[in-house]
Write a protein that binds this ligand. Structure first.
Ligand SMILES: [Zn+2]
Length: 438
C-alpha cells in the first residue's frame, strides 16, 4: 500500500514539474543530431530533418503531418497539440529546417559535426534556426508528456526554405494548408536577449514586432571594351564604381518608427552603438556582389564593356520603395547605368505590442531573468513572419537566449554556435510561455 502510494505520489509530482535535467539533456542530444544533417539550402532537401522531428513527435503520441512540396525533397512538417479552449485560434511555433551554406576552411570545427565544446553547441544552423526549432519541439513534447494542456491549440510548422524566401515552405503552407494553421499568433525567429547589443551593460530581451523591407537591386554599367594597356574613361568598371559611390550616399531618413520608439522609451534612450542598432534605425544599402571581366579565367589585360553589382537595400517599415529607387537613380544620374529591381519589398507593417501573448512572454522571461528589460524591437533582416503578418497574424520574432554580439555575428557566418546553458534555459522559457494564459 505504502509502495502504491509512493508510485502515485511520484507520478503526480512528474505531472506537475518535468524532470528538467533529463529533458534538457535529451534536447541537447537532439540538437547535436539535428546539426549533423546537412539540410543546406540550396537544394534544401529536408526529408531527413523532417523524419528526425517526426520520430520524436510520434514517440510522444503526437501526429505530425509531412508535406513534401518539391521532387528534390523540400519538406514541411505540421503538428498540433490541442488546447483547452478550441474556439480560440492557435499559437503557431514557426521554425525552419534549412541552413545557409558554409565555407568549411573558415571553421575551427566541423560545421556539420554537432560538436559541444567550451560551453557552446557548434554548427551551421545552431542559431539560425535549429537551436530555436529544437526548443520549440521540446517545449511542445514536454507539454504533451507531462499532460499540461495549453490554454489554446499550439501548432508547430517547420519549413524547408526560409533561407530562399519560402516559396515551397511557408508560402505553400499558407496557400494550401491554411485550415491546419489559421493562427492568431506566431512565434518565429528574430529577437533575443543580450547584455551588450541593445543597451550598454544592460540585460535586454528584444522581441521583434516588425522587420525591415528587403529591396534587392542590380546595377549595370555599359562602356567600351578595350586593351588594358591604354586607359579610357568609358571603362565600364570605372563607370560602375562611380555610380555605386553615388548610390550609397543615402540621405538621413527623418522617419520615426513605432517599434524603434518603443525600444527607445524602454531603454530610456540608452541604445548601444553597433551595426545592429544602427541598421534598425535607418534605411541601409550593402554592396554585396561585383561581377565583371572577360574570359575564364578572367583576362587581366581586357577592359570589359559591361560591369555589374548588386545592392542589398533594407528599408524601414513605411518607406516607399519606388521613391527610394527613383531617388537613387537621380543621385546616380548617368545614362550608361541601369538600376533594376530584383526583389519587390513587402511591407505588412508591425505587429501589436500590447497583446496578451506579449505579456505572457514578458512574464516567462522575467521568471528566469528577474530585473531584465523586455522590449519590442525591429529587426534588420527578413523572416517568414512577413508573410504571416500579411495574413493578419500577430507575429513575434524571439529566441529566449542571452547572446553576446560576437555570438550573434556568427549567424550566416563562420563558427556559428550557441551557449548550451542559454539553450537549456531558453527551452524552459518557451515551456513557461506555452503553459501560460493568453
Ligand atoms: Zn532563419
Amino acid at each position: 500500500m505504502k509502495h502504491l502510494w509512493l508510485i502515485l505520489f511520484g507520478a503526480s509530482l512528474c505531472a506537475a514539474e518535468p524532470d528538467w535535467n533529463s529533458v534538457e539533456q535529451r534536447a541537447v542530444d537532439f540538437l547535436q543530431r539535428y546539426l549533423r544533417i546537412r539540410s543546406i539550402n540550396p537544394p534544401a532537401d529536408t526529408r531527413e530533418a523532417a523524419a528526425l522531428f517526426r520520430a520524436e513527435l510520434e514517440k510522444a503520441g503526437l501526429t505530425p503531418r509531412i508535406y513534401q512540396t518539391t521532387p528534390e525533397g523540400k519538406t514541411n512538417l505540421i503538428v498540433r497539440l490541442p488546447g483547452r479552449d478550441r474556439s480560440k485560434k492557435p499559437l503557431l511555433l514557426l521554425n525552419h529546417f534549412d541552413v545557409v551554406p558554409v565555407d568549411p576552411k573558415a571553421w575551427s570545427v566541423d560545421p556539420f559535426g554537432g560538436i559541444v565544446k567550451d560551453g557552446f553547441v557548434w554548427g551551421r544552423g545552431a542559431m539560425d534556426m535549429k537551436g530555436t526549432g529544437t526548443m520549440h519541439l521540446f517545449a511542445l513534447l514536454t507539454m504533451k508528456q507531462t499532460g499540461v494542456q495549453p490554454a489554446r491549440d499550439i501548432v508547430m510548422l517547420v519549413t524547408p526554405d526560409e533561407e530562399t524566401s519560402g516559396p515551397d515552405g511557408v508560402e505553400a503552407m499558407i496557400r494550401d494548408r491554411w485550415p491546419e494553421i489559421e493562427a492568431e499568433y506566431v512565434m518565429d525567429e528574430g529577437g533575443f536577449g543580450s547584455r551588450d547589443l541593445f543597451s550598454p551593460g544592460k540585460l535586454v530581451f528584444g522581441v521583434a514586432v516588425g522587420e525591415k523591407q528587403v529591396l534587392w537591386l542590380r546595377m549595370r554599367a555599359k562602356g567600351i571594351a578595350a586593351h588594358g594597356s591604354q586607359p579610357i574613361p568609358e571603362n565600364a568598371n570605372m563607370i560602375l564604381l562611380d555610380a555605386i559611390g553615388k548610390a550609397l550616399q543615402l540621405p538621413a531618413s527623418g522617419r520615426s518608427n513605432e517599434a524603434v520608439e518603443a525600444m527607445r522609451r524602454n531603454l530610456r534612450g540608452q541604445i548601444a552603438e553597433n551595426k545592429f542598432t544602427s541598421a534598425i534605425q535607418r534605411n541601409t544599402i550593402s554592396l554585396t556582389t561585383l561581377t565583371a571581366g572577360v574570359g575564364s579565367p578572367v583576362k587581366v589585360n581586357v577592359i570589359p564593356s559591361t560591369s555589374e553589382a548588386t545592392l542589398d537595400c533594407r528599408l524601414l517599415p513605411g518607406v516607399n520603395a519606388a521613391e527610394f529607387v527613383s531617388e537613387m537613380k537621380a543621385r546616380v544620374n548617368d545614362p550608361r547605368v541601369t538600376i533594376e529591381q530584383i526583389v519587390d519589398p513587402n511591407d505588412p507593417g508591425i505587429s501589436r505590442m500590447d497583446s496578451p501573448l506579449f505579456s505572457a512572454l514578458r512574464a516567462a522571461i522575467l521568471k528566469f531573468h528577474p530585473g531584465a528589460t523586455v522590449t519590442p524591437i525591429l529587426i534588420p533582416f527578413g523572416t517568414d513572419s512577413v508573410k504571416l503578418r500579411k495574413k493578419g497574424v500577430t507575429a513575434y520574432g524571439f529566441t529566449p537566449m542571452v547572446l553576446d554580439a560576437a555570438t550573434v555575428a556568427t549567424m550566416h557566418s563562420d563558427e556559428e554556435r550557441i551557449p548550451v546553458a542559454e539553450f537549456r534555459k531558453g527551452l524552459r522559457i518557451f515551456y513557461e510561455l506555452l503553459k501560460s494564459e493568453f
